[in-house]
Design a binder for this molecule. Structure first.
Ligand SMILES: CC(C)(COP(=O)(O)OP(=O)(O)OC[C@H]1O[C@@H](n2cnc3c(N)ncnc32)[C@H](O)[C@@H]1OP(=O)(O)O)[C@@H](O)C(=O)NCCC(=O)NCCS
Length: 168
């Protein structure tokens, strides 16, 4: 039974393998952080992801603290979700609180729907009552994932559908 976990070294090997196999299709920007890492660098990668949840961690301008969670079956990486702790004007307009990906061979098996469902109580425990989740107007799969988790469409801005999803 898959579950959401904080990043671990044991699973990082599987994340790297997925990034090497599926490249940009796996997760733009995210995959490129891990694809070329040596074994000795994976622990630092994991610690960096965990540290991103802390306010005091240095991060690029405009980025906010985020909790990174991996959807795993044992040590196998199936997907990921990250929860941004607050919205900036850009995130309110189009980025939203939460992003997710499922590794290509695991798609269309209900994982994204279950993964988002598992992320909601975690966000609630972080004192977030509702999450803004956005997706392209053309991303039918993501629309279904959001709606299956109670998402209420607010509007469309710049080709993005903006949904509010209650966390409880
Ligand atoms: C979008 C994504 C996360 C969906 O993951 P998934 O695990 O395949 O989703 P699920 O299996 O939970 O499927 C949810 C619904 O979408 C449908 N679906 C999945 N992929 C689909 C596709 N390519 N085309 C049409 N419908 C699709 C499923 O049949 C299911 O429909 P149902 O509820 O009527 O049965 C995955 O395709 C992905 O990682 N895409 C790239 C990144 C991305 O788009 N992330 C979201 C950004 S907002």
């Amino acid at each position: 039974m898959p579950c959401l976990i904080l990043p671990t070294l044991a699973v990082a090997h599987s994340v790297r393998a997925a990034a090497q196999t599926y490249g940009e299709d796996l997760m733009p920007a995210y995959g490129s952080q891990v694809v070329d890492l040596a074994d000795s660098e994976l622990q630092g990668y994991v610690e960096g992801l965990i540290a991103d949840a802390r306010e005091e961690t240095a991060r690029p301008l405009g980025h906010v603290p985020s909790t990174h969670l991996w959807w795993v079956d044992g040590h196998e990486f199936l997907g990921r979700v990250h929860i941004r702790h607050r919205l900036t004007p850009f995130l309110l307009e189009s980025g939203g609180h939460l992003g997710y990906h499922v590794v290509p061979p695991w798609r269309r098996l209900g994982h994204a729907t279950a993964m988002l469902g598992a992320a909601l109580p975690i966000a609630r425990a972080m004192a977030m009552d509702r999450l803004l989740i956005t997706c392209d107007t053309t991303n039918v799969a993501s629309q279904k994932v959001i709606e299956a988790n109670g998402g209420v469409l607010e509007d469309e801005r710049g080709g993005k559908l903006r949904y509010w999803v209650p966390t409880g």
